[in-house]
Design a protein around this ligand. Structure first.
Ligand code: GDP
Length: 324
């Protein structure tokens, strides 16, 4: 792509052109994009701070993430806001069944002119899934989207990484109590800013209230251990109940902790930058003949004469001392 193309795409993106925005995201996702184009886009993204909200929404499959995003997205759009919906789904390259991949689940809000929906990127991009999503968030903000909702499947390390690139991390839970709750407590207590017990409707209403109390109590116990402040709410995404309360909770977080936001944004940037540097360095390395040869070494050749570590050390030394 010529510099003019990228510049014009970015101009259109800034004016809110959804097709241009989608194209720039693809340019960033494309591993073959030149470093110059990438730098140009990134420079533009960092030229100005954004007031957009970066909100993570996590939880196990079936807990109601898509339903909530529909409901909250609609709530925001009705207030005249612009909403972008992104996804971090580490399973998507393998299973093909990405969250948001099934567009019909998002159909109702996806067609709205103030809504932009982008499924999880598949493999092959630079910097890892969450680093890519971080840039996509910034791009959406650049295009004028004010609320960026990032749907994340609640699994292990990828969830922790996803929490690093958003301002607020909402963990959705089911109204179960006892053992099941025990299992999710630890993870929730570590990374959630807002714990929302969904499906607080019909027969599950009282169970949801109970679950909320149990979680609140569990949090009180760990509070002295320096765990971050949390809000606990119940809601029903399907019945549209508690959405206003969720919004209030989110907004009051932003208003009460404006100072926190600055350091959060800096940490997000740092987390992304480390990945960006590492990926670019690896890209250079992968193109080196000596590296390709190194990676092709048969295991028998190494273990016969030396330890794996000494073999790697040897190559690293050679690499650092030469430019070949
Ligand atoms: P996700 O996999 O976390 O995105 O979950 P979905 O949004 O696809 O919801 C899974 C199922 O739970 C669907 O059948 C929804 O209709 C249902 N569901 C979602 N939210 C609620 C709710 O608030 N109350 C009830 N009763 N069901 C819900």
């Amino acid at each position: 792509m010529t510099t003019n193309d990228i510049a014009s795409l970015m101009d259109h993106t800034r004016l809110g052109d959804r097709r241009a925005l989608a194209k720039v995201i693809s340019v960033l996702e494309n591993i073959n994009t030149s470093a110059g184009d990438r730098d140009y886009i990134i420079d533009k993204l960092f030229a100005k701070d954004t007031n957009a909200r970066f909100i993570g929404i996590s939880g196990t499959p079936g807990v109601g993430k898509s339903t909530l995003i529909q409901a909250y997205g609609k709530f925001l759009v009705e207030k005249g806001r612009k909403v972008a919906v992104l996804a971090v789904d580490p399973s998507s390259p393998v299973g093909g069944g990405s969250i948001l991949g099934d567009k019909t689940r998002m159909a109702e809000i996806a067609v709205h002119e103030n809504v932009f929906v982008r499924p999880s990127p598949s493999m092959g991009f630079l910097g890892g899934l969450t680093a890519q999503t971080y840039l996509t968030q910034l791009l959406c903000a650049y295009a004028g989207y004010e609320h960026i909702l990032v749907e994340t499947v609640g699994v292990g390390q990828s969830e922790v990484e996803a929490a690093e690139i958003v301002d607020l991390f909402i963990v959705l839970c089911l109204p179960n109590s006892g053992d099941e709750l025990q299992g999710i407590k630890k993870g929730i207590l570590e990374i959630a800013d807002i714990v929302a017990i969904n499906k607080a409707d019909g027969e599950l209403l009282s169970a949801a209230e109970r679950a909320k109390m149990e979680l609140e109590n569990a949090f009180q116990i760990t509070r002295s251990m320096g765990v971050k402040e949390k809000d606990f709410i119940t809601l029903s995404a399907a019945k549209n109940k508690g959405i206003d309360k969720l919004h209030e909770t989110i907004e009051s977080r932003y208003h009460a902790r404006a100072g926190d936001l600055k350091s959060k944004r800096l940490n997000q940037k740092k987390a992304w930058f480390r990945k960006e540097l590492e990926s670019r360095l690896m890209k250079i390395l992968r193109q080196k003949k000596s590296y390709q040869k190194f990676m092709q070494t048969p295991i028998a050749d190494v273990s016969k004469t030396q330890t794996i570590q000494s073999f790697v050390d040897q190559y690293a030394k050679k690499l650092i001392n030469s430019d070949s």
